[in-house]
Design a protein around this ligand. Structure first.
Ligand code: MRU
Length: 351
């Protein structure tokens, strides 16, 4: 099991985030005192990973509304909607943020007869429930994905869909933690994941800390390792699954999926129901976050590109459902045609 500080902690009505931008060199935990601070922590990836930003967003709303308890109910509810829209603007691709915020807004709207302090208490309980529920979802994903892991396998993952990206076991990494716990021997290959190095800084660190056999590679080495027969299985996480099974995930995932398809290697995507968005018909409708140029023109704090160079920095890409062998969900492994299996196994949750 992961032996790490939790990425998110709610204690005595205060929100604490592990600053993931400082890992693995420093373990810094920051208390979040204002709505703006939480927005900034999500935007800068101090907290990151689809489920984790959903949980942080939910708690962030509670943090932001603490100072608004004197408002009459109607004004409090209007303020809640304003704050939820503001937090949602921090990152557009992972649907979990909007999903969690909408869940809190909907709950508050059913309490129009209550006073603001009562609504705030209910929101706090709901945020804690989202946090607890995520633990259970990760465990369920882990159990369903466990049979995919066989002794001696090489398993490739991209970005970080582990404990740091969730409340506990992760999504893509959950089957690996459970397999390791049962004494299976296998090797994980972690793509470094340029430009922000979530694979190098976070995945390789959290797996190493937890005693798994993990080998770090640069992103452009994955196809070569596949050609050498070192990769038997790919498991990645996702930021949004469209209704037809197209999946958005960290930039570079599409290249991994194409290479896996070429070499006949199964490509699985792990996701809790909170990442499935029935309002998004297909991958073309997913908004892809574009981030600042410096993430590409610099490596660490050092400039590596010429001044004035044109840059593109999409943070995510979309893998078409035709390249996805299976979706490892909290309900089981779904197979194509996803447009049907998703609807059968996961009731659409209106946002
Ligand atoms: O930009 P990030 O680090 O938030 O991107 C994270 C990913 O792409 C993860 O794979 C995804 O959110 C799933 S986390 C369980």
């Amino acid at each position: 099991m992961p032996t790490l500080p939790p990425s998110i902690r709610w204690e005595h009505g205060e929100l604490y985030l592990l600053d993931q931008t400082r890992l693995p060199l420093e373990t810094v935990i920051e208390r979040q005192d204002t709505l703006e601070q939480v927005w900034d922590s999500i935007k800068r990836l101090k907290v990151r990973g689809a489920p984790a930003i959903g949980i942080a967003g939910a708690y962030g709303l509670v943090v932001g509304l603490k100072g608004k308890m004197d408002l009459p109910t109607a004004d409090f509810l209007a303020e809640l909607e304003r704050q939820a829209a503001y937090l949602d603007s921090a990152r557009p691709t992972a649907v979990n943020l909007r999903w969690a915020l909408t869940r809190l807004v909907r709950l508050a709207q059913t309490m129009a007869d209550a006073a603001a302090p009562q609504i705030l208490s209910a929101l706090e309980r709901e945020a804690i429930q989202i946090h607890d529920e995520d633990r259970r979802l990760c465990r369920a994903i882990g159990s369903h994905g466990l049979p995919l892991i066989q002794p001696g396998m090489g398993v490739l993952t991209h970005c970080n869909a582990g404990a740091l990206a969730t409340s506990e076991l992760g999504t893509a990494l959950a089957p690996l933690y459970l397999a390791h716990d049962r004494g299976l021997e296998f090797r994980v290959y972690a793509d470094e994941t340029r430009p922000l190095l979530q694979g190098a800084r976070l995945t390789s660190w959290e797996l190493q800390q937890s005693g798994l056999d993990v080998t770090l590679i640069c992103d452009n080495m994955a196809a070569h390792l596949m050609s050498q027969g070192l990769i038997d299985l790919v498991i990645v996480g996702t930021d949004r699954v469209a209704a037809n099974g197209d999946v958005a995930n960290k930039i570079g995932t599409l290249s991994v999926a194409i290479a896996a398809h070429y070499f006949g290697i199964p490509f699985y995507v792990a996701c809790p129901y909170s990442t499935i968005d029935f309002d998004t018909p297909d991958g073309k409708a997913i908004v892809i976050e574009e981030r600042g140029n410096a993430e590409v023109t610099e490596f660490g704090d050092r400039r590596t590109a010429p001044a004035g160079i044109a840059v593109r920095n999409p943070a995510f890409d979309v893998t078409p459902h035709t390249l996805v062998t299976g979706l490892i969900t909290d309900q089981g492994i779904l197979r194509p045609p996803y447009v049907e299996t998703l609807r059968q196994h996961h009731a659409p949750v209106p946002l």
